[in-house]
Ligand binder design. Structure first.
Ligand code: DQA
Length: 147
């Protein structure tokens, strides 16, 4: 199975940025950890990070025919990017949206996601474990035919 993990704006600053909210694990360490989890599950995991909406949309388009699933933390784009939502809907690749913080316990403008309704599911508030659980969910999805 091949998965693409997309990190949106400001997530490259993990470990430095608002550590009380997003934790102390650096972006580089997180990528190592996820690669490790994927390798142990026999999954090919590619990672893409961009601070630019169009670049993320291009990466979603290019995922067609290459990946069985997308894990995406759209960052703030989740709350307002209709273009990102349309891209996810257009390619139709099963997608899990991850937010590291519990967006429902934060400012009201974070309570709404325009991208989540076109995703298979959403994981929010479990820190970096959200990405690990998203990988596990795709593994289980493949095994459990009725998911
Ligand atoms: C985030 C939550 C968003 O509201 C915020 O803009 C982010 C990170 C999260 O992982 O909790 O950049 O997606």
């Amino acid at each position: 199975m091949r998965l693409l993990c997309i990190f949106g704006p400001n997530l490259n600053l993990l470990g430095e940025r608002e550590r009380d909210i997003y934790g102390t694990l650096s972006f580089e360490r997180l990528l190592e950890l996820l690669k490790d989890v994927a390798r142990k599950q026999g999954i090919e995991l590619e990672v893409f990070q961009s601070n630019h909406e169009g670049a993320i949309i291009d990466a979603i388009h290019e995922a067609r025919g290459k990946y069985d699933g997308i894990i995406i933390n759209p960052g703030a784009y989740a709350h307002y990017s209709i273009a990102l939502r349309d891209a996810l809907k257009a390619v139709g690749i099963p997608t899990i949206e991850v937010h590291m913080s519990n967006v429902y316990a934060r400012e009201e403008f974070r309570h709404h996601s325009v991208t989540a309704p076109v995703c298979w599911g959403q994981i929010t508030g479990l820190g970096y474990l959200g990405y690990v659980l998203a990988i596990e969910a795709f593994v289980l999805r493949e095994k459990e035919s009725n998911v």
